[in-house]
Design a protein around this ligand. Structure first.
Ligand code: PLP
Length: 416
């Protein structure tokens, strides 16, 4: 029963989030399983952009700035409250995730003078590894890379093995970009605090797909992007979180005028504002802020708890179909099997994953490939139906059964 198309359709009918689908734009019949890379566009986004450009920029020009600056603040707080579950005044929208990670990591290591190590997960997203290596080099520190199971992610024992009072900062991804493993934010943060270090979470793959217990865990710092499950669109500003009681003790290494007290007094010396805005640098990307607002609203309307439930149901369904149809064809699950330990995507390993990925695209299914031999399947809790999952996996089964993927090049293209 589980394996019929009718079963998938029945699940869609019973799904309380099935109507969330119509918040987004669909140009064609493509089955999109890459919400973990770039979320779909909310239909409200182009309308909101038209208002900002046609009315506010073209007509009101500079008189729009008070409204725009207010928009940046309220959107950051909206994201904080609805997506991250934190009180206002602790989230800012700015720059990219990489730049925010740099600002917070430098501020953190300088707030722990005398400690000589930064701890990071060996399989963290590459930009996180690069940024932290650079911070360590410029501050004469060492980076310890925690090696954990590539599918299960960092567990308490893995972290315990590298923690001591010489550690200034620990940086982990809440959900692993490769396997989708969801880490225990509360437990791991407690371990880090027990040695007096600061904890920085990268929320790129969890924000908008799973609750982020920043407040409950008393995590110190976090960063994340808005274009994945938050549907903010390409290049929309990233966010950063600094717990309120820590803000006064931390300083951004980039002393820009948007973090300056009484900014428009134009004083020649830098004195950071109180509060989260000391981590801002320059003029906000106003169009991007509006895109973030629409994306955050799309998730907030459904609610993060409902989104989490749907994400678990969709990924459970992917795994059930894969067990039945794809395991006999040489696929292997490369994500945690327990839904409580998994974010919103499922990774499957197959020796010809790259070729299968290309053939799948030609059959109207967009997922992505990750090194060395993995397909990442990231359904959107808001816009992907159970029937689409069924169709997508059925097509993959037919491709690999028939060997159709073997006619595709083995060599990878630049963007995967
Ligand atoms: C997507 C992602 C990023 C992206 O960083 P940008 O600077 O916004 O391009 C960073 N870290 C992780 C873990 C990601 O998944």
């Amino acid at each position: 029963m589980t394996f019929t198309r009718g079963h998938a359709q029945a699940r869609d009918e019973a799904d309380p989030l099935s109507r969330s689908r119509w918040m987004f734009s669909y140009a064609d019949e493509t089955i999109y399983l890459d919400a973990n890379s770039l979320g779909r566009m909310p239909v409200s986004t182009p309308l909101a952009l038209r208002t900002v450009t046609r009315d506010e920029w073209a007509r009101d020009l500079i008189r729009s700035w008070p409204k725009w600056l207010e928009e940046a603040r309220t959107t950051a707080d909206l994201l904080g409250r609805e997506i991250l579950g934190v009180e206002p005044g602790q989230v800012a929208l700015s720059d990219s995730t990489s730049v925010n990670l740099y600002k917070l990591a430098v501020a953190a290591v300088r707030a722990r003078p005398g400690r000589r190590r930064i701890v990071v997960e060996a399989d963290n997203f590459p930009t996180d590894l690069y940024v932290l290596d650079g911070v360590a080099r410029d501050h004469d520190l060492e980076v310890t890379r925690v090696v954990a199971d590539i599918n299960d992610g960092v567990r308490a024992v893995d972290l315990a093995a590298v923690l001591d009072e010489d550690v200034a900062l620990v940086c982990l991804s809440h959900v692993s970009y490769r396997s989708g493993a969801l880490l225990d934010m509360e437990g791991l943060t407690r371990q880090v605090h027990d040695v007096g270090a600061l904890m920085l979470w990268d929320l790129c793959h969890s924000a908008g797909a799973a609750p982020t217990p920043l407040a409950e865990s008393r995590a110190d710092l976090a960063v994340g992007c808005t274009y994945k499950y938050l549907n903010g669109g390409p290049g929309a500003p990233a966010f950063l979180y600094v717990r309120a009681d820590l803000q006064g003790a931390l300083r951004s290494p980039i002393q820009g005028w948007f973090g300056q007290q009484d900014q428009f007094d134009m004083t020649p010396t830098y004195q950071p504002v109180e509060g989260i805005e000391r981590f801002l640098v320059g003029t906000p990307n106003v169009l991007g802020v509006v895109m973030v607002r629409e994306g955050v609203r799309s998730v907030a309307l459904a609610g993060v708890e409902a989104v989490r439930e749907k994400a678990q149901a969709l990924t459970e369904y992917v795994i059930a179909l894969a067990d039945q149809w794809l395991t006999p064809l040489g696929f292997r699950l490369a994500s945690p099997r327990d839904p409580a330990l998994r974010g919103s995507h499922v990774t499957l390993e197959h020796p010809q994953a790259w070729q299968a990925c290309q053939a799948w695209i030609d059959e109207g299914v967009v997922a992505d490939y990750r090194m060395p031999d993995r397909l990442r399947i990231g359904p959107s809790p808001l816009s992907t139906s159970f029937e689409e999952v069924w169709l997508a996996l059925d097509r993959l089964r037919v491709i690999v059964e028939s060997g159709a993927h073997l006619t595709y090049p083995e060599k990878r293209s630049r963007v995967t």
